[in-house]
Write a protein that binds this ligand. Structure first.
Ligand code: HEM
Length: 536
């Protein structure tokens, strides 16, 4: 098998351990018994009845009955590909991560692109954000950069994520609409969640209907940290810049393509790779010294904000090339488990409250989606370095751990796995000092929801602005409630009066003169108002 898998890399070699090529082989059961008749069940006579004794029939049907696993709760529709990443120049000034230091290392990667709202079989061309999840199989363990094709997010706190997703997914009574944002629950939520103003501008722009996965930017969204060998921290925003440029389709094209080929993006990615036309992106970094943390008029920890490239340019530091399609969609793409908590030494988290909640959510959901605590053993997920620890057992355990001792410290077995010495690398969290009261709150520095929404609108050309007006008009035109439409016009008027009046004209509604400002839902009675502003 390995000879056929070109171009190969350490991860591809690792995957071949589990590959099975049955061509030309005689069929047998899962216990290894040769099968002489795979088409006729065992019967009492030619015309039945069928016999319960028929273990070959039972095995075949039982396995089929259990073929499906739950789709992802979000980002259910996706496409994956293998590739490699190489850094141009050592970034040791900023990070000790080996794969970002050594220009000789070609790090294997697996990437999964996705839409967010639709189910597994929904159209690729829905207006939506796109996931851009990259798993780097480094020599220091897996590093996952789980981003989107938009640099900001709808909400500032993970506490609101279940609400956002309940609003954006098909409505619970009639399970409509599939993979579209044009419905009452979604716009109701957005209309009372002004922090989503910036993201909604991206979603209603041409970025919401990409031409191809190969022509999308990617963003890590949150501010992360890079840590160098001296333990110094720099803030960082991650970017992916497609070498084919950023392109979109027009909305009427998107609708036609959805009808004719709902697999349009999946097919495009597959065909490009099959024909050797390998998609490429450059990794971009925006780096901010620790000492500049408070120099911006927005908070670096707020995931609804970008760092404008005029203020901090994007340095292009390496290249990602996707050069091989998966062998098996289920085994690789469907079973892949990304998580921003999969981290390597030299990269660390910040206190962004959306990031912090994500650190819990991914493993939690994968425990049920992938059937228990051993999903890291699934071939696509396991690291290219061997795993040694005292974790044992659980559903579907594959590893046969040897020896009596699965605990530490111990004196029985001097050879049991031990902790890494400082000289052997390993992960230590950045020792950020935190001295604060424990409260449920949001910082005042998170409360400007409209400046960057406006900045984005003003960055668009006239035709692009017109596309946005059309998108808002179309999407809000599908909303039944006049109240919701009006509240949204109010939000738009706080971003840009002209945009609001153009959309209002299309909806045959007036722009509210005094838009309703939603109030905060949680303001603890004993909190110090000086610390934050209760207005959402
Ligand atoms: C899945 C991105 C916020 C929970 C995903 C995927 C991406 C992604 C790309 C698909 C991964 C794949 O291809 O398998 C993002 C970004 C976010 C964000 C960029 C904001 C900056 C959140 C938050 C939560 C969350 C706040 C929860 C608190 C999930 C869950 C999945 C998922 C449960 C499904 C994972 C699975 O079943 O394997 N996200 N997400 N996400 N995300 Fe997020």
């Amino acid at each position: 098998i390995q000879e056929k898998l070109q171009p190969e890399n350490d991860k591809i070699k690792d995957l071949t351990r589990n590959m099975e090529d049955s061509s030309g082989e005689v069929m047998n059961t899962n216990t290894g018994l040769r099968i002489n008749d795979d088409q006729n069940s065992l019967k009492a006579g030619e015309r039945g009845a069928s016999l319960l004794e028929d273990f070959i029939l039972r095995e075949k049907i039982t396995h089929f009955d259990h073929e499906r696993i739950p789709e992802r709760v979000v980002h259910a529709r996706g496409s994956g590909a293998h590739g490699v990443f190489k850094v141009y120049e050592s970034l040791d000034k900023y990070t000790k991560a080996q794969f970002l230091n050594d220009t000789e290392i070609e790090t294997p990667v697996f990437v999964r692109f996705s839409t967010v709202a639709g189910s597994r079989g929904s159209t690729d061309l829905a207006r939506d954000a796109r996931g851009f999840a990259v798993k780097f199989y480094t020599q220091e363990g897996n590093f996952d950069l789980v981003g989107n094709n938009m640099p900001v997010f709808f909400i500032q706190d993970a506490m609101k994520f279940p609400d956002l997703i309940h609003a954006v997914k098909p409505e619970p009574d009639n399970e409509m609409p599939q993979a579209a944002s044009a419905h009452d629950t979604f716009w109701d939520f957005i209309s009372v969640m002004p922090e989503s103003a910036h993201m909604i501008m991206w979603a209603m722009s041409d970025r919401g209907i990409p031409r191809s996965y190969r022509m999308m930017e990617g963003f890590g969204v949150h501010t992360f940290r890079l840590i160098n060998a001296e333990g110094e921290s720099h803030f960082v925003k991650f970017h992916w810049k497609p070498l084919l440029g950023v392109h979109a389709v027009a909305w009427d094209e998107a609708q036609k393509i959805s009808g004719k080929d709902p697999d349009f993006h999946r097919r495009d990615l597959w065909d490009a790779i099959e024909s050797g036309n390998y998609p490429e992106w450059e990794l971009g970094l925006q780096i901010v010294p620790e000492s500049d943390e408070f120099k911006f008029d927005f908070d670096l920890l707020d995931p609804t904000k970008i760092i404008p490239e005029e203020l901090v340019p994007v340095q292009r530091v390496g290249k990602l090339t996707l050069n091989r399609n998966p062998e098996n969609f289920f085994a690789e793409t469907e079973q892949s488990a990304f998580h921003i908590g999969h981290i390597v030494p030299g990269i660390d988290f910040t206190n962004d409250p959306l990031l912090q909640g994500r650190l819990f959510s991914y493993t939690d959901t994968q425990l049920i989606r992938l059937g228990g605590p051993n999903f890291q053993e699934i071939p696509i997920n396991r690291p290219i370095v061997p795993v040694h620890n005292n974790q044992r057992d659980g559903f579907m355990r594959q590893t046969i751990n040897r020896g009596k001792v699965a605990y530490g410290p111990n004196k029985l077995d001097n050879n049991s796995p031990r902790q890494a010495k400082a000289s052997e690398g390993g992960f230590t969290s950045y020792p950020e000092r935190i001295d604060a009261r424990k409260i449920r709150a949001r910082s005042k520095s998170f409360l400007d929801h409209f400046s960057q929404a406006r900045l984005f609108l003003n960055s668009q050309s006239e035709p692009e602005k017109n596309h946005m007006i059309d998108a808002f008009s179309f999407e809000l035109g599908k909303v039944n409630s006049v109240e919701i439409r009006t509240r949204m016009l109010g939000i738009l008027s706080l971003i840009d009066k002209k945009l609001a009046s153009e959309v209002a004209f299309a909806l045959r509604l007036p722009v509210p003169e005094d838009p309703e400002l939603p109030v905060n839902l949680s303001f603890p009675a004993d909190a110090d108002p000086a610390d934050y502003d209760p207005i959402m």
